[in-house]
Design a protein around this ligand. Structure first.
Ligand SMILES: C[C@](O)(CO)[C@H](O)COP(=O)(O)OP(=O)(O)OC[C@H]1O[C@@H](n2ccc(N)nc2=O)[C@H](O)[C@@H]1O
Ligand SMILES: Nc1ncnc2c1ncn2[C@@H]1O[C@H](COP(=O)(O)OP(=O)(O)OP(=O)(O)O)[C@@H](O)[C@H]1O
Length: 267
């Protein structure tokens, strides 16, 4: 059985409070995009985990797909499987790629082995793996708060626009991003700002990670400027970075960008 975990972008991100458990409360809008990995599971006599595509840093035993499998195995009688993950979603990009893999893996195992898990139960498993992970169970645009794992439905549809995402040769770890940020109550709630017409979003809808990440990584700051100059109605770093997206009214020629950037169009 095969699944295609997709990435997300954050449209706005306010860090509102530093919690006592080492995490932060935030407000964000998660929007699914079409940049995808491929994940295949087949039943087998022995456990095996293989990857291809972009190299994943860290110990393969700690891959979120395996962590998800080990967690499910504690509660269900599951057979050995072979997992193949083809990695295409950039890592350290603020695109939630690892979280997407884990959530889609749980949905795939539920489907393949007929576990009959509800969305709520799958989201509960996801929350144990990472703050971003639960979003990918329902995988639809939402306003999120708490650790980024409590959701409210919102009306938002960007399908009339051209979304472009650029990933520079810069890697920002999520932990690094949170270390440099100061929590504060935003002047206007993102839940209200997101209702404004898209042409009014620029400078009102912000990402609280941007000030320090753009300062420490001038390549990301330069990219954001370039997308603006190319006519983006709105552009923002996604999550903790390093990727930056632009929302354009028309298709845009980005051949002027430096060749070492990864560019995804019509995401
Ligand atoms: C930056 C975002 O992508 C925005 O959507 C997410 O908040 C990150 O979520 P994630 O990658 O799933 O994060 P996790 O793997 O759960 O946590 C990594 C580290 O980020 C910090 N962290 C994460 C989420 C959160 N709400 N507050 C935090 O302070 C913690 O130091 C944590 O140890
Ligand atoms: N399936 C996986 N895909 C990618 N990274 C994984 C995976 N499993 C575990 N990881 C670990 O998670 C780290 C970062 O993952 P991810 O791509 O989600 O980060 P990100 O781009 O910063 O996204 P975000 O901050 O939005 O969650 C990697 O460095 C890797 O060690």
């Amino acid at each position: 059985m095969i699944a295609f975990p997709n990435a997300k972008i954050n449209i706005g991100l306010n860090i509102t409070n530093k919690r006592n458990d080492g995490f932060h409360d935030l407000e964000t809008v998660f929007y699914p995009v079409k940049i995808k990995d491929a994940l295949e599971v087949v039943e087998s006599s022995e456990m095996d985990f293989e990857t291809s595509g972009i190299e994943i840093p860290g110990n393969p035993d700690q891959n979120l797909c395996l962590q998800a499998y080990n967690m499910l195995r504690k509660d269900f009688d599951l057979p050995n499987i072979n997992i193949h993950l083809h990695k295409n979603i950039p890592i350290g990009a603020g695109l939630g790629g690892g979280s997407a893999d884990a959530a889609f893996f749980i949905k795939l195992i539920d489907n393949k082995f007929d576990l009959k898990l509800t969305n709520e139960r799958m989201e509960a498993y996801c929350r144990k793996l990472g703050a971003d992970c639960a979003f990918f169970i329902q995988n639809k645009p939402v306003f999120a708060n708490g650790k980024g794992d409590e959701f409210e439905d919102i009306e938002i549809d960007l399908s009339a626009y051209h979304l472009v995402l650029v990933m520079p040769q810069v890697h920002v770890s999520t932990a690094e991003a949170y270390l440099g940020v100061k929590a504060q109550t935003p002047k206007h709630s993102l839940k209200e700002l997101i209702k404004l017409p898209l042409t009014a979003w620029e400078s009102k809808i912000v990402n609280d990670f941007e000030p320090h990440i753009l300062k420490n990584h001038p390549k990301i700051a330069a990219l954001k400027k370039e997308l603006k100059s190319a006519g983006a109605l709105f552009s923002l770093m996604s999550g903790s970075g390093a990727s930056v997206y632009g929302i354009f009214e028309e298709e845009v020629d980005l051949s002027f960008l430096e060749k070492d950037n990864l560019v995804f169009t019509d995401i």
